[in-house]
Design a protein around this ligand. Sequence first.
Ligand code: PGA
Length: 241
Amino acid sequence: MKKIFAANWKLFKTPKETREFFTQFKEVSHKATGELVFFPSAISLEAASTSLAGTSIKWGAQNCHSQAQGAFTGENSAQVVKELGGSYVLIGHSERRKVFGETDAVIAEKVAFVQSLGLIPMLCIGETLEEREGLHTFRTLETQLHLGLAKADKSKPVVIAYEPVWAIGTGKVATPEQVAETHTDVFGILKALGFETTPILYGGSVKPDNAAGLIQQPHVNGFLVGGASLEVKSFIEIASV
Ligand code: PGA
């Protein structure tokens, strides 16, 4: 399976900074050993679209509404992502779940809508520290996958990003053993649901110095990177493992 290296820029980088990043990044992007996907913040999407036109580098939005248009003040439209030439939409990131109260039911609607437009949903799942310590990791991931994929079309692509909430932005990366065990569980759950060819990315404090150890683990098909994706040097180092 081809690897995917995705960059989640969260609420960082203006359109100008986005253009400057890609001017430099395009010089080194040939070093990547898999598909590259960028998730800039909404207002910088058009800058990404223009900068990446004619390249094989993919991009998408960090969130979208479950309808193309309507009276939804402040929302993003996946239809706009499609029209601008994007390929992906990140769905159900833990910050969306926690800070913006997104439920698995809402997430399922978004996954289905994104697929219906011919875009690829990258569905994020992950347990909190409390859930891991309470030995509920498997149950949490099974519930998030079961509900999040409830309306998904198995004949269309979807990508899963497993991101333990306790490892996001904390510098506390999961150990290679934890990643191996959890990715094997995620693969098993996906297989039972009929999604066995779905790529599974790891996310949560991925850095150039831990990427090589993590990519070797079973069922790790790439990374979703936050902090270390904001600099050309660190992201291309990760994407060339
Ligand atoms: P991080 O973020 O790499 O900064 O931990 C990952 C993410 O939120 O997707």
